[in-house]
Design a protein around this ligand. Structure first.
Ligand code: DX5
Ligand code: ZN
Length: 217
């Protein structure tokens, strides 16, 4: 059964509590929270105080995607505000193994996000330590972009790498997921679908979430 993680980047920030309640009462599994620093990516989103506020009303797993340089400086802060899963970018971590151990030591699940140009083979010697690979299917920084088709082959390759090592790592696909391309993404081996624009631009977001969820059965 696939997990659905709506990205709150596309929520209405003036109605954040209403949108969180919408997710709480939907078939969604996680809240996907995109943190951007204007350095790792050319955009700035929201950070710790907003996540702390969301935690008070959110009733599902908080999946925090850090698109920031030197993420290790803030692991403790994200643990304190209630992140359940913390993903760092492969491209932002010089000592990835150390970072993953630090995240787990703080009681969170550890994720690694990879940019579209990063091959999955770089994860070969670290896959056993990763709870979730957040595979970017757009260039990170903005919601509402178009899915990069090459991602499908990367999903298949990552799935094979995970299985070859008997790892329990989940594959999360982030960027440009729609009701049209979701079946192919799941078919290729994805476990989690992030969806921002698809959910929040829908006239019936909960029905769209249900539709995505049912595809993964
Ligand atoms: C992009 C973010 C994504 C984004 C997904 O930098 O990591 O999570 O919000 O949004 P959509 O589904 O609209 O591509
Ligand atoms: Zn994301």
């Amino acid at each position: 059964m696939a997990l659905i993680a709506p990205s709150m980047l596309s929520a209405n920030f003036l109605q954040l509590e209403r949108d969180i309640e919408m997710i709480n009462t939907s078939d969604a599994d996680w809240f996907h929270l995109d943190v951007m620093d204007g350095r790792f990516v050319p955009n700035i989103s929201f950070g710790l105080p907003v996540i702390a506020a969301m935690k008070k009303v959110a009733k599902k797993t908080l999946d925090v995607h850090l698109m920031i340089v030197e993420p290790e400086k803030y692991f403790e802060d994200f643990a304190k505000v209630g992140a359940d899963i913390l993903s760092v970018h492969y491209e932002a971590c010089i000592h990835l193994h150390r970072s993953l151990q630090a995240i787990k030591a703080l009681g969170m699940k550890a994720g690694v996000a990879i940019n579209p140009h990063t091959p999955v083979t770089v994860l070969e010697d670290i896959i056993q330590d990763i709870d979730v690979v957040c595979m970017m299917s757009v260039n990170p920084g903005f919601g509402g972009q178009k899915f990069i088709p090459k991602t499908l082959k990367k999903i298949t390759a990552l799935k094979a790498l995970i299985q070859a090592q008997g790892a329990n790592t989940l594959i999360e696909i982030d960027g440009g997921v729609t009701v049209e391309n979701a079946p192919a993404i799941l078919q290729a081996g994805a476990d989690i679908l992030v969806a921002g624009n698809t959910v929040f631009s829908s006239a019936q977001p909960q029905a769209t979430i249900r539709q995505l969820k049912q595809m993964g059965q």
